[in-house]
Design a protein around this ligand. Structure first.
Ligand code: OOG
Ligand code: MG
Length: 261
């Protein structure tokens, strides 16, 4: 038997408890199929507010489900956003499995802006003009839901499965880089798992960041200078187990590697 939280606040606390207790929970839409994506964002807002109260800091917003690979893999049909917190950024090259439920890894391009970007009406060109650096990232997603299964309102509520992130050291100006053509290969234990190019992400990663600015503006929010903004998985997400070594080799952005312990 699982509890059945009612209000947005209660549902947010239910998800935080799942994260902290490292126990997967039943997705909300199983019992309440009427929940909407809008409800999902209200729950997410309550969850973010609680984490801020607890003293955690937002590193930046992230886009999710921006590639066909991801939408198909998760059986959902629209991009979503969430927020990355300071405690999610992994220092060093070890991912601790005992802190997580059933983590997966995906390769992404992150943006660091030199100036705030406020929607609506933001274009990819405006995002690129405001971008100070791009940097490769390996995002670790860890849905709080049983078997990593959810509908869109559930995953929105769950802060888009945000869990951990490795940020690469290759900070580069986007000037002269064709981010849509930048490729990455993802291997685990030397075995090739996946590959893709920036174009997997809505045609161009800057399109995704522009869409993020426009989505945030509906709730009176904007992208801020200095934030690290994940533009969405280029590859599919791959399940991790103890002992794995994950390697991402990026065209022009360097190589990233970490171990799972
Ligand atoms: C939702 C998070 C998706 C991405 O980059 O597509 C995401 C999920 O797949 O669990 O972060
Ligand atoms: Mg992601």
């Amino acid at each position: 038997m699982s509890m059945n939280p009612s209000g947005y606040e209660e549902m947010a606390l239910f998800l935080i408890e799942s994260e902290v207790g490292k126990r997967e929970v039943e997705r909300f839409t199983k019992r309440r199929p009427e929940l909407t994506v809008e409800d999902g964002y209200r729950i997410q807002e309550a969850l973010i507010a609680r984490k801020l109260e607890q003293g955690y800091r937002v590193i930046g917003p992230k886009m999710g489900l921006t590639s066909r690979a991801k939408m198909k893999q998760m059986n959902v049909e629209a991009p979503i956003y969430g927020f990355i917190f300071d405690y999610m950024v992994v220092e060093g090259d070890v991912l601790r499995l005992d802190e997580l439920i059933h983590p997966k890894v995906e390769a992404e391009i992150a943006f660091v802006l030199a100036a705030d970007v406020q929607g609506p009406g933001v274009t990819a060109a405006q995002v690129l003009a405001a971008t100070e650096y791009v940097v490769p990232a390996l995002e670790i997603i860890d849905s709080r839901y049983e078997d990593f299964q959810f509908a869109l309102p559930d995953v929105v509520a769950d802060n888009a499965s945000s869990s951990r992130v490795f940020i690469g050291s290759g900070f580069r100006s986007p000037v002269g880089l064709e981010l849509d053509l930048i490729g990455v290969t993802l291997s685990i234990n030397g075995e090739w798992k996946d590959a893709g190019a920036g174009a997997e992400v809505l045609g161009h990663p800057a399109e995704s960041v522009a869409m993020l600015a426009n989505m945030l503006s509906r709730r009176g929010q904007s992208l801020k200078a200095g934030q690290v903004i994940l533009s969405g998985g280029i590859t599919g997400a791959h399940t991790l187990k103890a002992g794995d070594t994950v390697t991402a080799i990026w065209d022009r952005l360097g190589t990233m590697q970490f171990r799972v312990q």
